[in-house]
Design a binder for this molecule. Structure first.
Ligand SMILES: [Zn+2]
Length: 215
């Protein structure tokens, strides 16, 4: 951490409004293969030290900044924080940062151990999931588990009260698909294991394959 003081500064323009974030170039290049590539000598970004990220969000970049500079990322306390966490995981996937992805996943699992994932929030069109990604699998498994757990309880109202628009939103952005319906039928016949207790199943682990996140 001491060597970056003399590093050049890179400006990252985030989102459609191009909100400016400033990073030490050495930190970006050392921590993130994506930035190492686009700031390499042959790229336009290298000359200007400016990178544009129009599809990403300031919420995701806020968490990335905390991670890159070794600051503590606070625990999740609300479903809205979970959405920020999801956006940051998708960003980390794009930036090729498996360790950061696993930190974010562990953070989400600590939340879902005691809290429901509210599908109504996931129906937001800004959440576009690749259902085959580890995050897509985790969210689908967690929603199935929560639905099975919620059946017949007061919290079941979370699901029974969901509007048709919410279901359409979930179908539209990839959170719910036909496989999920099949998984749900299976879950209804058994007691599904809580995904939040299955750490490495939903970690990325990177090229070393070693778990860097305490379960
Ligand atoms: Zn692991």
């Amino acid at each position: 951490m001491s060597s970056f003081i003399n590093s050049k500064i890179v400006t990252v323009l985030v989102g459609p409004d191009e909100v400016e974030y400033y990073f030490h170039k050495d930190i970006l290049v050392d921590s993130c293969p994506f930035f190492a590539k686009c700031l390499s000598v042959n790229m336009e970004e290298h000359l200007a030290n400016i990178v544009r990220m129009p599809e990403d969000t300031t919420r995701a970049f806020h968490l990335l900044t905390l991670h890159l500079y070794g600051k503590t990322i606070p625990a999740l306390t609300h479903m809205l924080n979970v959405l920020d966490n999801i956006e940051a995981w998708i960003l980390a996937d794009k930036l090729c940062m498996p360790h950061f992805q696993d930190i974010l996943m562990a953070r989400m699992m600590r939340y879902t151990e005691y809290n429901y994932i509210f599908p109504g929030y996931l129906a937001d069109p800004s959440i576009v999931l690749n259902p085959d990604s580890i995050l897509g699998k985790f969210l689908r498994d967690q929603v199935i588990h929560d639905m099975a757990r919620a059946a017949g309880t007061l919290s079941g109202a979370v699901y029974s009260g969901m509007s048709e628009e919410t279901w359409d939103g979930l179908l539209g952005n990839g959170v719910v698909d036909s496989r999920m319906i099949l998984d749900l039928v299976t879950a209804a016949k058994s007691t599904p294991v809580n995904p939040s207790k299955q750490g490495c199943k939903y970690h990325v682990h990177g090229t070393t394959g070693v778990c860097m996140v305490p379960n």
